[in-house]
Write a protein that binds this ligand. Structure first.
Ligand SMILES: Cc1ncc(COP(=O)(O)O)c(C=O)c1O
Length: 401
């Protein structure tokens, strides 16, 4: 008989489980209300359209914009591509320079690389030791050719939150558009486009307890009115910006997820911060030679990222197979790769090869945190007992003390 393990999920930066309340709102649109939101000659279509527009309002409310400024996509990768390429192609005659950072998600970096092949120039700004972009660096990088600045809101690896409103102010002063890949921050910390001073913002539902495969791009329609070149051509849905039949059930779920996030954000942030701090404390009580990455305060409530010296992160994760953790971003967690985010932060290579990312979320409890901390200490100790280097260094530090 197959053995059943108690599984603990602590990888909420990779994806989140679908909230049962979200699933409930989606169900009718997966069954009886299956109409195409573009069918305007019958009630099936009207009902689908109504549901889409309600979801658009729920999403817009969470980020403080007008519903018509929300364009549905299939996720943040598509939103990032649409923002970067769509703006660059639209404003090419104005200039050919973009500014981003070294710690962006690959959806941004790869879009920028594609543009470079097409004659655009891109500045990849460095970050400080905490993984934060300095607004002064953004200011100094702007030239008369700069058309777009794109800076990640919260790092998907170390959870550091960038000072978007300061960067947005600089963009406004220089008449440059400002985009943010905000998927890790939305619904968890301040999410208003006006407070953050962004002109375009990428969202995705599956990082906030909504379904996978649905996202959105916010595009400001006033002061300034932004136009972007579509990347999907076809039936002209979504104001001609993103053609394709709308994924009504997922859009409904996305809207419901935003409404729940908005009403529970404050309490959830407090709860997750407490759990995260407790996890950090428990781990540091039992394990020496560890390095916490990311900003001590300006970070996502559920994020903790630690390198344990003398331990290969993949070996550690293999030994903790009933606990879902990761080594960094989900895209690169299947191989031992040096984290380019940690390298950009100036972390030495050995440590940048072995981070463990804890992503706490809605379903985690204090009991789970205690269990994870205990298991982690046991496994780190076990693996270090196999390391002669650890024994030598430990002996040395005990003799010095
Ligand atoms: C910061 C960031 N941007 C973009 C993405 C890609 O989002 P999606 O899976 O919706 O394409 C992710 C997900 O890993 C992410 O963390």
């Amino acid at each position: 008989m197959e053995k059943t393990f108690q599984r603990i999920y602590m990888d909420h930066h990779a994806t989140t489980p679908l909230d049962p309340r979200v699933l409930e709102t989606m169900m009718p649109y997966l069954t009886s209300e299956f109409g195409n939101a573009s069918s305007n000659t019958h009630a099936f279509g009207w009902r689908a359209k109504e549901a889409v527009e309600l979801a658009r309002q729920q999403i817009a409310k969470l980020i403080g914009c007008n519903p018509e400024e929300i364009i549905f996509t299939n996720g943040a990768t598509e939103s990032d591509n649409l923002a970067i390429k769509g703006v660059a192609q639209q404003y090419r005659r104005k200039g050919n320079h973009l500014i981003t950072s070294q710690i962006e998600h690959s959806a941004i970096l790869e879009s920028c690389k594609t543009l470079e092949k097409d004659g655009f120039e891109v500045t990849y700004l460095p970050v400080d030791q905490y993984g934060m972009v300095d607004p002064q660096d953004v200011k100094e990088a702007i030239t008369d050719q700069t058309i777009l600045i794109s800076i990640i809101y919260a790092s998907n690896e170390v959870g550091t939150i960038n000072p978007l409103s300061e960067i947005g102010e600089i963009s406004q002063d220089h008449g440059v558009l400002f985009h943010s890949d905000a998927v890790q921050g939305i619904g968890k910390v301040e999410s208003s486009v006006d407070t953050l001073k962004v002109d375009l913002m990428s969202l995705t539902a599956h990082k906030m307890y909504g379904p996978k495969g649905i996202g959105a791009l916010h595009i400001r329609s006033k002061r300034p009115k932004i136009r972007i070149k579509p990347q999907n051509h076809g039936g002209g849905q979504e104001a001609n910006i993103r053609s394709g039949t709308l994924n009504v059930p997922s859009i409904v779920g996305f809207g419901a997820a935003c409404e729940i996030a908005q009403s529970e954000m404050e309490a959830e942030a407090k709860h997750l911060t407490n759990l995260r701090n407790h996890l950090h404390q428990k781990i540091s009580e039992n394990i020496d030679f560890m390095h916490v990455h990311g900003h001590p305060e300006k970070r996502l409530p559920g994020n903790l990222n630690i390198s344990f010296e003398f331990v290969e992160s993949l070996s550690l994760l293999e030994n903790l197979s009933n606990i879902a953790l990761s080594t960094g971003s989900a895209c690169s967690s299947s191989s031992i790769e040096t984290s380019r985010v940690l390298m950009a932060m100036g972390v030495e290579e050995e440590l940048a090869r072995s981070p463990i990312r804890f992503g706490l979320g809605r379903s985690n409890t204090l009991n789970q945190v205690n269990f994870v901390a205990d298991q982690l200490s046991k496994q780190v100790t076990k693996l270090r007992n196999l390391s002669s280097m650890y024994k030598i260094v430990r002996k040395g530090s005990q003799q010095q003390a």
